[in-house]
Design a protein around this ligand. Structure first.
Ligand SMILES: [Zn+2]
Length: 249
């Protein structure tokens, strides 16, 4: 999918994708985008979340290149800080031969040893807890079987145990959460920004869909063609006609 040429993503595909995904929740939207890009959406839903993020970033690279431009607001001075990321570098982070997607962890506390059998949260897990006030603990309950020092199953653990388990989950799937360390060029304050890979690709899909509508509008006006006639043209042919129309205006 990463090798897909930008021109291979047809305007029709982009328009259908934008219409179908506009009102969806982010995970459902990302699964739809990945499916349109040729990935197996069902297996991505059941895979660690980072795989879906990698698929979204690969689609971004296919559409618009690997450079991701973003802005953040400095919490200290309020300056808007521009930064950019490389989608391919992020994707390679996710596909490194790394830690396992599941495992067991023992955390020693004053009370005794806690035991956790865990697996990395999947895209489907995230979709299942999205919007819940207790999303973090609901997610942990889905992905982790906890046993207290007396050998009893529990969902209630001290915060240092929870922190250790969450750190283990994060390490198991490096692309599940993407955060970037930034230094404000105005005041020098260092801060960390969370970056959502799905938001990047969705913004690109929406931009392309809007551009496709403007192209259709221009050609429909110039030649009296219908929307489906314009979309029936190859990308190259449509671009050539648009150039002619723009030269003539
Ligand atoms: Zn600042």
């Amino acid at each position: 999918m990463a090798a897909m040429a930008a021109a291979a993503v047809r305007a029709q595909t982009i328009l259908e994708l934008a219409d179908a995904a506009r009102d969806e929740e982010p995970i459902a939207r990302a699964l739809r985008v990945a499916g349109a890009a040729g990935a197996d959406a069902a297996s991505l839903r059941d895979a660690p979340l980072g795989r879906l993020h990698a698929a979204a970033l690969s689609f971004h690279t296919a559409l618009a290149g690997a450079r991701l431009d973003a802005v953040a607001t400095c919490a200290a001075c309020g300056s808007v800080v521009e930064f950019s990321l490389d989608a391919d570098a992020l994707v390679s982070l996710a596909t490194l031969d790394g830690p396992e997607a599941s495992g067991e962890l023992t955390v020693a506390t004053e009370e005794g040893e806690w035991h956790a059998a865990w697996r990395a949260p999947t895209a489907g897990d995230l979709a299942a807890v999205a919007g819940r006030g207790d999303a973090a603990s609901a997610l942990l309950a889905l992905c982790c079987r906890l046993t207290d020092p007396h050998g009893q199953r529990t969902t209630d653990a001290p915060s240092d145990v929870v922190d250790r388990v969450e750190a283990q989950l994060a390490a198991a799937d490096p692309l599940a959460e993407v955060s970037v360390a930034i230094e404000c060029p105005e005041c020098g304050t260092a801060f960390v920004v969370d970056v959502d890979p799905i938001a990047f690709v969705w913004r690109e899909v929406e931009t392309r869909a809007r551009r496709a509508l403007y192209d259709i509008d221009a050609l429909a006006r110039a030649y009296g063609w219908t929307e489906s006639e314009v979309l029936g043209l190859s990308e190259e042919r449509r671009a050539a006609y648009l150039e002619i129309v723009r030269e003539g205006s």
